[in-house]
Design a protein around this ligand. Structure first.
Ligand SMILES: Nc1ncnc2c1ncn2[C@@H]1O[C@H](COP(=O)(O)OP(=O)(O)O)[C@@H](O)[C@H]1O
Ligand SMILES: [Mg+2]
Length: 343
């Protein structure tokens, strides 16, 4: 297996993967960013019976919401303005192989409905298509969010969550398996050497220092650091001094970043919108943008207020400063599930 690490958590993961490789079961891989979720999906593909088929990977967070359905299921010619020809979706592209759906928590509700139906029926239709297409791709989904909680808040379909959660694989953060760090470092040093960088070793003290760090970026951060050290270190062995210097650098960088007010809601929206505009060829999304964007904000806002008031619509209306009838209309329009009573 291409996965490195012998910590109890990793060994448990290997046992699970060994049982899963020869099956077509849908697997839900969860864990913080950089813990190896995509690598697990690849491993399931590369070691399984579908290894000669394609491995197709797609990130739900990177697809503009209204394109998501057609991206995954494909569309017929003329399905919407601009659909000048038939397009094959990811599920069909992955036929005979594996489809990896990253950031499944960002899958729009309508798409979740279609996805669940496909999982249950084993077939799907393209957008505006009438011919059913047999689903023949092994599906691995990943998330770094708490799907159960999203489902409770009405932001993810509960039935889909239960369907996906039949086979969960959890990846712990790197700081919870620091005993894996020496093996990982050696592995990344070997990889750097394979890429033509000078072959380096690492001192025991440097390793100890690496094990005492908290690794918010997990294995990805470790991999990048090892690579940087390989390039920067003049000597054949990476010592603690070099590691310390790098840590100081990142810490200075991190505090500089957190000084800047980059975390405001407005800036998050601006960032999201500029990515969204950039995802369209001429920088112009389809018309009707205002309503679509407002709905994106309304839905989680109302769902969270309902959740906070345990489904009490009178209190939710007050909390939002909305008229009760307006709230009722919006709940209906946005198809927000209302769950009453304590949880
Ligand atoms: N257990 C592991 N052994 C070897 N490399 C790993 C391991 N976990 C993660 N990596 C490497 O770390 C990087 C981030 O992994 P990735 O699968 O993209 O994480 P995630 O999808 O959880 O964000 C990749 O380059 C991957 O190859
Ligand atoms: Mg990833």
């Amino acid at each position: 297996m291409p996965l490195i690490g012998r910590s109890p958590a990793m060994q448990e993961l290997y046992r699970l993967l060994a049982r899963l490789v020869e099956t077509d079961l849908t697997v839900l891989v969860s864990g913080p960013s950089g813990t190896g979720k995509e690598l697990v999906a690849r491993t399931l593909h590369d070691c399984g019976k579908r290894r000669h088929g394609p491995f197709v990977s797609t990130d739900m967070a990177a697809i503009p919401r209204e394109l998501a359905e057609s991206e995954l299921f494909g569309h017929e010619k003329g399905a919407f303005t601009g659909a000048t020809s038939r397009s094959v979706g990811k599920f069909e592209q992955a036929e005979g192989g594996t489809l990896f759906l990253d950031e499944i928590g960002d899958m729009p509700m309508e798409v979740q409905t279609r996805f669940l139906r496909m999982l249950q029926q084993g077939e799907f239709t393209a957008v505006k298509g009438c011919r059913p297409i047999g689903a023949d791709a092994r599906i691995v989904v990943a998330t770094n969010r708490n799907l159960r909680q999203l489902a409770r808040q009405g932001l993810f379909r509960e039935d889909l969550f239960y369907r996906l959660n039949i086979v969960p694989a959890r990846l712990p953060p790197l700081r919870d398996r620091i005993e894996d760090i020496p093996d990982l470092v050696r592995h990344f040093l070997d990889m750097a050497a394979d890429d033509g960088l000078p072959r380096k070793t690492i001192s025991a003290e440097a390793l100890w220092l690496l094990k005492s760090y908290s690794w918010p970026g997990n294995v990805r951060e470790l991999e990048n650091l090892v690579r940087r050290l390989t390039v920067l270190c003049a000597e054949g062995s990476i010592d603690a001094e070099a590691v310390r210097a790098e840590f100081d650098e990142t810490r200075v960088g991190a505090s500089r970043e957190s000084d800047a007010p980059t975390n405001s809601f407005r800036e998050a929206v601006e960032r999201h919108l500029s990515r969204y505009f950039a995802a369209h060829e001429d920088g112009l999304p389809p018309n009707g943008l205002y309503d679509r964007v407002i709905k994106e904000i309304e839905r989680p806002l109302i769902a969270m207020c309902l959740n906070a008031t345990r489904g009490n619509q009178v209190r939710t209306a007050k909390l939002l400063g909305l008229n009760r009838n307006t709230l009722r209309k919006k709940i209906c329009e946005l198809q927000i599930p209302v769950v009453r009573g304590p949880r």
